[in-house]
Design a protein around this ligand. Structure first.
Ligand code: ZN
Length: 395
């Protein structure tokens, strides 16, 4: 039975076993684990979105520091999760990249002696966002580890970090949990009704956080419903362009709304720090510079959020065409969007041959374009045009 702190890692038994053995080795509880080097000073957590990379890293840190190896309830465990523990440096990056300056600062803090126990843990949640200079700065640090510092890097896949970094880390591979695993945890942990749990587990494709969000948020379900109506709805150029504009607007509103409170709080804190009324004409040049910096950070955060929102929407949209392919192949397996089977079947009859495949490619192309900084609206427009159904009466 794994320690309670691992309970949220749905369907990750293998990863949990590796982590717990490393913790026993590191803490000298298990002689065999210690001698065989089950613990090491740099770890890379990889897995698809929602598999719980950063959760796994936090659970590992809590298990190293908590007197009960991860009870999930003591002050130590809670502080590790909140990112406030004195011996855990948690780098959550919300911008588009992690710069060398940030890494250099982190390295200085990583070298401090532990305040409470015998470990210091540094967690970098989005190691795939390291710029090349930042990655090289980090490389030096993980090449010459302090005796107590452990580095946890998280990224979607091993190929998202430089090979030089990858080769110095031990890998922990998280997998996409099964629909059944996700549904079970929603029912048992969150009290979700079994029918709803089964539906959202399938709809979210093994992404536990998203499944929970869909189960509890009616607006989220409505958005998803409207999104999946697109394939059966757009036929003309005008419809394609207006649908692209709608999706773009929804993403922008969502990301601005999500960040609004925080943006406002940060700005008011800054203004207080520089003395009230230190804005507008005659304000000190230091304040003007600080405000400009903050605006830049906030803009980058909103852009990153906007992109993440669109990426999830596009992945959802792609599931529709995967279902179309399944129906066309006459497969017996349940569809991802089983509730939309009639619509899927209808679209399947209208885009025979490679129609569905081309549309999946158009969606993946748009995701790539977004990742490469193409203006979102442009990427969405070109995708929506490719998703149009043939005009009635033949292609
Ligand atoms: Zn604890």
């Amino acid at each position: 039975m794994a320690a309670p702190v691992f309970a949220d890692l749905v369907g990750q038994q293998e990863a949990i076993a590796i982590i717990e053995r490393a913790v026993r080795g590191a803490r000298g509880i298990d002689e065999e684990a210690r001698e065989s080097g089950a613990m090491t000073h740099a770890w890379l957590f990889t897995g698809p979105p929602g598999s719980g990379r950063s959760n796994a890293a936090r659970a590992f840190a809590a298990a190293l520091l908590c007197s009960e190896r991860g009870c999930g309830e003591c002050a130590t465990c809670r502080e590790v999760y909140a990112g406030t523990h004195a011996d855990v440096e948690l780098m959550e990056s919300e911008g588009l990249s992690i710069k060398a300056d940030q890494i250099r600062e982190l390295i200085v803090r990583a070298a401090w002696a532990p305040a409470t126990g015998s470990f210091r843990v540094v967690i970098i949640e989005d190691a795939d966002k390291l710029t090349e200079t930042a990655a090289n700065a980090l490389l030096k640090a993980i090449e010459e580890p302090g005796s107590f510092t452990t580095w946890f890097l998280c990224a979607p896949s091993p190929s998202d970090v430089l090979p030089t970094i990858r080769s110095r880390c031990r890998s922990i591979l998280l997998r996409t949990p099964s629909h059944q695993d996700v549904a079970t945890v929603l029912i048992e942990r969150d009290g979700v009704d079994p029918t709803m749990a089964a539906h959202v587990a399938r709809a979210s494709q093994g992404h536990v956080g998203r499944a929970k969000w869909l189960a509890f948020d009616e607006d989220a379900r409505k958005f998803r419903h409207d999104l999946l109506a697109i394939p059966a709805r757009i036929r003309t150029v005008g419809e394609a362009l207006s649908t692209a504009a709608e999706l773009h607007r929804a993403a922008t509103e969502e990301s601005v709304r999500e960040n609004a409170d925080r943006d406002e709080r940060e700005m008011s804190e800054l203004s207080t720090a520089w003395g009230h009324g230190a804005t507008g004409k005659g304000m000190p040049s230091g304040a003007a510079k600080a405000i400009k910096e903050l605006e830049k950070t906030q803009k980058s955060r909103t852009t990153a959020r906007n992109r993440a929102f669109l990426d999830i929407a596009l992945l959802d949209l792609a599931t529709f065409y995967r279902d179309v392919l399944l129906v066309q192949a006459g497969a017996e397996a349940p569809l991802i969007n089983e509730d939309l089977r009639a619509t899927v079947t209808d679209v399947a009859s209208q885009i025979p041959g490679e129609g569905a495949l081309h549309r999946v490619e158009a969606i993946m192309g748009a995701r790539k374009a977004l990742a490469f900084n193409v203006a979102p609206l442009l990427a969405l427009e070109s995708m929506m045009l490719a998703l149009r159904l043939p005009a009635r009466g033949g292609e």
